[in-house]
Write a protein that binds this ligand. Structure first.
Ligand SMILES: Cc1cc2nc3c(=O)[nH]c(=O)nc-3n(C[C@H](O)[C@H](O)[C@H](O)COP(=O)(O)OP(=O)(O)OC[C@H]3O[C@@H](n4cnc5c(N)ncnc54)[C@H](O)[C@@H]3O)c2cc1C
Length: 316
């Protein structure tokens, strides 16, 4: 870090998920002054996952938190800075470094890699907001243990819902897997495991209309979308996995987006703004896997390095 302009970084990374931390690893190893801003927990989505079985090199899989802790230690070993600050704006300036404004202050960076990932979608039903943290959860891996011996609902039909329903059976006495359609998007292997699990009852063509309770969740009100019939499931928790929305508000008006709000980039993760890269789940056509997010982070960082070198910005 230079003495006269201590706030200028070579590379500022927004988000400390798999993509951001890998970008930081490559940036710091290239001897670039690298900072990662994180508004919540280090590791992003994968930090909430019990077991990652498809990241290459771990024969028996690896716990998400362990993976993140190893990666953070690796990143810090090469000197990247981690700042727990919420990035609020990114401003490109002609002939000047980017201005990055956070909840805590303002920074400058010659290149910016946005890896802000995605947030969980909400059902938008009565009781959902009221009971967040009191039985409504978007992370079974984090919260399932609080519902030992209780019946719970898991909502959704994709990989995350199936994965988390299986995890929840470690604690719950019974899991109601509720999906609004007849068929599921979850992978065939996960479907096989869920259907074979005696603790899970799959409820098709039903939606959760309301979540009720007192201090904690006590029931989920369901409606059959075909017959209109309703029923009440007495449960202690409702775990919701109905997709995610990319955290792309920071990039609005700056870069091109696809219909889903993901940033359009080229194969080097470069946006139309020189020096601004987007990687991981935030970019268009992402595979939304840990390995691809990390790969994107590496690609973006290498491209940022090439951009800095071409711009004649020397090593730190
Ligand atoms: C329950 C679950 C299980 C999964 N299991 C697997 C699996 O087994 N295998 C697999 O390959 N993939 C799995 N995935 C998917 C995988 O975790 C993601 O695809 C990958 O981690 C995405 O990484 P990312 O870095 O792009 O984004 P994220 O992990 O979403 O990280 C983005 C980070 O940016 C931060 N951020 C956002 N906005 C700001 C801001 N304005 N300022 C500062 N920080 C900000 C967020 O807080 C977050 O930490 C799973 C996902 C979930 C939710």
């Amino acid at each position: 870090m230079s003495a006269d302009r201590p706030e200028i970084y070579d590379i500022a990374i927004i988000g400390a998920g798999g993509a951001g931390l890998t970008a930081a690893l490559y940036g710091a190893r290239a001897r670039r002054r690298t900072v990662v801003f994180e508004r919540l927990i280090t590791g992003g989505q994968i930090a909430t996952t019990e077991l990652v079985e498809n990241y290459p090199g771990f024969t028996e899989g690896i716990n998400g938190t362990d993976f993140v802790m190893n990666l953070v230690a690796q990143v810090e070993r090469f000197g990247a800075e981690l700042r727990y600050e919420d990035v609020q704006t990114i401003t490109p300036r002609q002939g000047e470094p980017f201005l990055v404004e956070t909840s805590e202050g303002a920074y400058e960076a010659h290149a910016v890699i946005a890896t802000a990932g995605a947030d969980y979608n909400k059902l938008g039903v009565p009781g959902e907001g009221e009971f967040i943290g009191r039985g409504v959860s978007y992370c079974a891996t984090c919260d399932a243990a609080f519902f030992q011996g209780e019946e719970v609902v898991v909502v959704g039909g994709g990989d995350a819902a199936f994965d988390e329903a299986l995890f929840t059976t470690r604690y719950a006495s019974k899991v109601w897997l509720v999906h609004r359609r007849e068929t599921f998007r979850a992978s065939a292997l996960l479907q096989e495991r869920v259907f074979a699990n005696p603790k899970i009852t799959v409820v098709r063509n039903c939606v959760v209309e309301e979540i009720t309770g007192g201090e904690m969740v006590e029931a989920a009100e369901l409606r059959d979308v075909q017959t209109g019939e309703t029923c009440t499931l007495p449960v202690g928790a409702v775990f919701i996995f109905i997709g995610q929305t990319p955290n792309s508000h920071l990039l609005k008006g700056l870069v091109e987006m696809d219909e889903g709000g993901h940033a359009r980039v080229d194969l080097r993760m470069q946006t139309k703004v020189p020096g601004l890269f987007v990687a991981g789940d935030l970019r268009t056509e992402a595979a939304r896997q840990l390995v691809s997010a990390c790969g994107d982070g590496a690609t973006a960082s290498l491209a940022a390095e090439a951009y800095l070198a071409e711009a004649g910005i020397g090593e730190g």
